[in-house]
Design a protein. Structure first.
Ligand SMILES: Nc1ncnc2c1ncn2[C@@H]1O[C@H](COP(=O)(O)OP(=O)(O)OP(=O)(O)O)[C@@H](O)[C@H]1O
Ligand SMILES: [Mg+2]
Lengths: 420, 234
């Protein structure tokens, strides 16, 4: 068939019905620009939350949970036989330290594994911060400053002070922004900390950090391993957590499972399990984006379908003439399909431009996140793949929406129209 | 030499009730012949012409054009056949309103794709000259009068130099002067170019000027006249 001729006829038809063509095109434009805006923003949010969470989330974490024994302690010496049962209500856990056995050695062992980028040891403990008569609960984390910096970029989260100041002198801590506010302290002040065992120590604040995650900023503080060991009255081998960063984040689950087999006593948790709710949020946002965009495109598709159908009813006479003068069914299909594709592609391209423009505006719009979020403008992700997808979507929807009316046009019987 | 042969053409309409419009029409047309079909309104002339034009395929009997049996050909094959061999002028002038007169005339030739675009344009202008419409070539079809449109439609029917030109009352919407002009064009095509003309007409002068008249009544041919041989003038 003669595509050039079909193209010329299609263009003439579109131009002569300019208003109708523009309205059909704007339907696609609207759908595609919304798609671009939505997907750029949604993936921007996903990226932002993921980055925020992943920065200080270990890929794999090893810790010692305090768990109830499965078996009843009394059964150890007096096994149950036959109908002779032990009924034990409210069994208490053993008095056990949440300590990882041979923590430091284990750390070196894991660090030498090829998949591992680094391991940061940590001691976590509940503490109370005393603000006059009020006690504010929180956690104190003993860290290896150098590793925490390398693996979890804690130095990037500092609002005031310097992370390295932790290494200068003992009895110093850095505390979360929210916690500093609650305890009404600033840089250089001292804060009194009480451990669950009743030990009390006064520490000097050398830094204030914020993660942008309220629950962390309102409860956490960091000190060196040695300082925390001292507060808790523990020996220098005492570690409660090993936070592992891997070279490849996607291998975390498999790596954790493997490690768990080798360490029956400790609990090994990968980030996907730990952040299940975050990932679910991402998945839900993705689904929502696609549902909304698909709906918009389907609506635009129906618009084109309707307009093309109307167009063909108006053009019955022309179709009859073309057929009478030698045009075949597929020439007619081509003419109308081209019209619909031109509407679709022009609409999609305009949609991309508008979508890009609006997402750009969004990306420079201040984000009212409150003081906790480390974010100044709306998170927007400019990914060329989205733009490609947008054009493809526009193309396919209009191809689909235009196909059936065009097929119908090709089947029109010229005699029934020319007969009048 | 026979160029068109209709053999026992029967046509039914089923709406609103089954109704036999053509009751077995048979005739032959020679190459270069100028044939008129006449008859009372409603006797089935247009219906017959649409069958001869290959556009209506829902009939019984046989149709042969240029020695080709057109029964059992697909719609696409028939469209291609029409484009190459047949030209039409419809009862009501039918041009594509968005295009200029020239573009309308060029359209079937562009589809046929036998000549280059310049060649097609040149030929189209020739045909427009023939019908006296060359000065309106660049005007949009929708801006032309009925008679002007009819003449452009004739030029379009001629553009591919078809073997047979069919017209359903081609002068029906024209005044006397223009009718005579169209008649002269058609008879010249038949006698100088050896093209075959088949027209349905109500105009007695037009019919009397042709080589042969077929008279129809109620879906049957009831008579054939050769007006030039003085047999019978209508
Ligand atoms: N689509 C149709 N459905 C049913 N009957 C039809 C249809 N088209 C035409 N007819 C009938 O068929 C008969 C022949 O119609 P046709 O158009 O061939 O007449 P005609 O001889 O061309 O008349 P005219 O000189 O008025 O143009 C008429 O009785 C008409 O009512
Ligand atoms: Mg008629």
């Amino acid at each position: 068939m003669n595509w050039k001729l079909a193209f010329n006829i299609a263009v003439t038809h579109l131009v002569s019905k300019r208003r109708q063509s523009i309205i059909a095109m704007l339907g696609v434009t609207f759908g595609i620009s919304m798609f671009i805006i939505m997907i750029s923003f949604m993936t921007g949010v996903n990226q932002f939350t993921e980055d925020m969470a992943m920065d200080n989330t270990p890929h794999v974490r090893i810790y010692k949970p305090i768990e109830l024994e499965d078996k009843k302690i009394i059964s150890i010496d007096n096994p149950e036989k036959g109908n002779d049962w032990h009924v034990l209500l409210h069994q208490r856990p053993k008095n056990e330290l949440p300590k990882i056995k041979n923590g430091m050695m284990l750390m070196q062992q894991i660090e030498s594994m090829p998949e591992v980028l680094g391991v940061a040891p940590q001691i976590s403990s509940q503490v109370f911060f005393n603000n006059g008569p009020v006690q504010i609960p929180g956690t104190i984390n003993g860290i290896d400053v150098k590793k925490q910096k390398e693996l979890f970029a804690l130095d990037k989260k500092m609002d005031y002070g310097d992370l390295d100041d932790l290494l200068k002198g003992g009895d110093v801590i850095i505390i979360g922004k929210g916690l500093a506010k609650k305890t009404n302290v600033t840089l250089g002040d001292r804060v009194s900390v009480t451990t669950p065992e009743g030990n009390n120590l006064t520490l000097k604040i050398v830094g204030i950090f914020s993660y942008g995650i309220v629950s962390m900023d309102e409860s956490r503080c960091y000190a060196t391993l040695a300082t925390v060991q001292k507060i808790l009255g523990k020996d220098p081998s005492y570690v409660t957590d090993l936070n592992i960063k891997l070279k490849d984040i996607d291998g975390a689950r498999a790596f954790a499972a493997n490690l768990a087999n080798q360490l029956p006593e400790a609990h090994v948790e990968d980030w996907e399990t730990a952040n299940a709710s975050l990932l679910a949020g991402t998945a839900i946002r993705n689904i929502m984006t696609f549902v909304v965009c698909a709906t918009l495109l389907v609506v635009a598709g129906f618009g084109i379908y309707n307009i093309m159908n109307m167009n063909i009813v108006n053009k019955m006479k022309d179709i009859a003439i073309l057929k009478a003068t030698g045009f075949q069914g597929n020439d007619i299909t081509g003419i109308f399909l081209l019209q619909s594709l031109m509407i679709g592609v022009a609409g999609a391209l305009l949609g991309l431009v508008i979508g890009f423009f609006i997402s750009y505006l969004l990306s420079i719009t201040p984000f009212p996140a409150g003081e906790f979020f480390r974010i100044k403008t709306f998170p927007v992700n400019f990914n060329p793949m989205h733009y490609l997808t947008g054009v493809m979507f526009g193309f396919l929807t209009t191809l689909f929406a235009g196909y059936f009316p065009s097929k119908r046009a090709s089947k029109i019987d010229p005699v029934s129209i020319i007969r009048g | 030499m026979t160029i068109l042969k209709a053999d026992g053409i029967v046509k039914y309409f089923t709406e609103p009730e089954k109704f036999k419009v053509l009751k077995g029409v048979s005739f032959e047309v020679a190459k270069g012949e100028f044939l008129s079909i006449i008859g009372k309104s409603g006797c089935g002339k247009s219906t017959l012409l649409y069958i001869l034009s290959t556009m209506d395929t829902d009939y019984e009997g046989n149709l042969e054009i240029k020695g080709e049996n057109l029964r059992g050909k697909t719609q696409n094959e028939l469209a291609a056949f029409r484009g190459e061999n047949l030209g039409f002028v419809f009862q009501f002038h039918y041009l594509l309103p968005e295009f200029t007169a020239l573009q309308n005339v060029m359209m079937p030739a562009m589809k046929l794709g036998k000549y280059s675009n310049e060649e097609i344009e040149h030929r189209a202008i020739e045909k427009l000259k023939l019908v006296g419409m060359d000065e309106y070539a660049r005007k949009h079809a929708s801006k032309l009068s009925g008679g002007q449109q009819q003449r452009v439609a004739i030029a379009r029917a001629l553009v591919n130099d078809p073997a047979i030109i069919m017209g359903d009352e081609p002068t029906g919407n024209l005044d006397k002067a223009n009718s005579i002009k169209v008649f002269d064009i058609l008879s010249q095509l038949a006698h100088d170019n050896n093209q075959t003309i088949i027209t349905v007409t109500h105009d007695p002068d037009f019919a009397n000027g042709s080589d042969r008249i077929i008279e129809m009544e109620d879906g049957n041919i009831i008579g054939t006249h050769f007006p030039k041989q003085g047999a019978k003038q209508l």
